[in-house]
Design a protein around this ligand. Structure first.
Ligand SMILES: [Zn+2]
Length: 435
């Protein structure tokens, strides 16, 4: 008798597995049961399963959902507020706008808009960072995104007006908040903004509490030269050294890392810190070029991020993959600097590894959570397929993603959300950003 499963992805033309061998399967069916990938079999063995939900994938490519390891999702509402300025000019403009519209309600509305944008573009999991994190989490989870976020820290009160002790209290209470909101499993996160907005003593305090509750430690480092110079002037050492001395390298994910010294890279490698490379934002703000090849030579785990919509204007991980691949090739003048399969792996498995979720997501393998995306190959720009990894990095884009599963739940079907009224999310965002 056939085994009852929750859903079958029938006859996938291609499956990009993202395992170490960079396998690509042809004409297989995938069964999903109890949130997980239950089986992957050749099409003629599919009759061992039965399900009332069958999605035809015979002209499609199935792959793991993309994992965005650095963004500020609610900042979708601040899209386009700071053009033609560098990081410091950007921060000035953005902080003023945040004070105007990014209260709890704005954060919630922006998170819903951003989560919808992310999912429609094939991103299934996001490491987010924003003020009012409980509201950002609530919004993102309602739309169906696997969403990691935690309390954010500045030495000063910040646009949310919270004093330091309140922020620490918020972090201690965070496991409870995450549990109450629900949604797909997501680890805890503690998020001091940077080494230029949080003192070494405060960084050490956050790292200590993060360890106590088992949270990822996530911050921005060495985004551009001016930041490095500012931190060196204040503390006599680079941001990475400041974090090392604050004992803030355990279970850590650092965003940007554009201006690293060899010494910084050694510290990052030795402490198994993951980096989130955000080429879209680094290029736009003229921050510099992240040296992916140097990180790779050291054996550092590199994942990819979009950064927020006021510094890179969208949450498009396809654009990020392409920019990252091209940037690595350009600065090394080596067309094989980072091969296409490694770029796809950084956008999926690399993200999972950064978040400590490599046993759960990031590849299409039996037993993993079913965070899967399905691309429609019946598009002129996707014919012929050629090298499937090359297709994904250099030809595919967000609008090719037709179905999205998060923990086995089909949250996007035929490019429509099954969780929220998309027109309502868009209209609420429009109204709030114009207020
Ligand atoms: Zn950022």
């Amino acid at each position: 008798m056939a085994t009852q499963v929750d859903l079958i992805l029938h006859n996938a033309q291609y499956v990009v597995v993202v395992d170490v061998q960079a396998s690509v399967l042809r004409n297989v069916s995938i069964a999903v049961k109890d949130e997980k990938i239950f089986g992957i079999v050749p099409i003629d063995q599919e009759n061992q399963w039965q399900s009332s939900k069958v999605i035809d994938c015979s002209h499609h490519l199935v792959m793991p959902g993309l994992i965005n390891t650095h963004t500020h999702t609610p900042m979708t509402l601040l899209r386009g507020v700071a053009e033609d300025v560098d990081l410091q000019g950007f921060l000035e403009k953005v902080w003023a706008e945040e004070a105007r519209i990014m209260d709890e309600k704005g954060t919630y509305i922006g998170a819903k808009l951003g989560a919808l944008e992310a999912l429609l573009g094939g991103t299934t999991c996001t490491l987010d960072m924003y003020l009012h994190p409980h509201m950002a989490h609530k919004g993102a989870v309602e739309v169906g995104l696997r969403h990691l976020i935690g309390p954010v820290f500045f030495d000063f009160a910040g646009p949310d007006g919270l004093e330091w002790d309140k922020r620490i209290e918020h972090l201690r209470n965070w496991p409870k908040v995450i549990k109450e909101i629900g949604g797909a499993y997501a680890p805890l996160v503690a998020q001091p903004h940077s080494t230029y907005t949080v003192s070494p003593e405060h960084l050490a305090e956050v790292a200590k509490v993060a360890k106590e509750i088992g949270a990822i430690f996530n911050t921005h480092i060495s985004e551009n030269q001016a930041e490095n110079e500012d931190v060196i002037k204040r503390h006599g050492k680079t941001p990475t050294k400041v974090l090392q001395d604050a004992q803030a390298l355990d279970n850590a994910v650092f965003a940007h890392a554009v201006k690293l010294t060899d010494d910084d890279r050694n510290i990052i490698k030795e402490n198994k810190v993951s980096l989130s490379h955000c080429p879209g934002s680094n290029l736009k703000l003229a921050s510099g070029a992240f040296e992916w090849v140097k990180a790779k030579e050291k054996g550092i785990n590199v994942s990819l991020g979009t950064d927020g919509c006021s510094s890179s204007n969208d949450l498009d991980m396809w654009n990020v993959m392409r920019s990252a691949a091209n940037l690595a090739r350009l600065i090394t003048e080596d067309a094989a600097a980072i091969p296409v399969a490694e770029v796809v792996r950084a956008a999926t498995y690399g993200g999972a590894l950064a978040l400590g979720m490599q046993d759960r997501i990031g590849t299409v393998e039996v037993g993993k959570d079913a965070d899967l995306i399905v691309l429609d190959l019946d598009q002129p720009h996707l014919v012929p397929v050629g090298d499937p990894h090359g297709l994904l990095v250099y030809a595919a884009g967000r609008s090719d993603v037709v179905h999205v599963l998060v923990a086995g739940d089909p949250v996007i079907v035929d490019r429509i959300s099954t969780k929220v009224d998309m027109n309502q999310v868009i209209s609420e965002a429009r109204i709030h950003s114009a207020k």
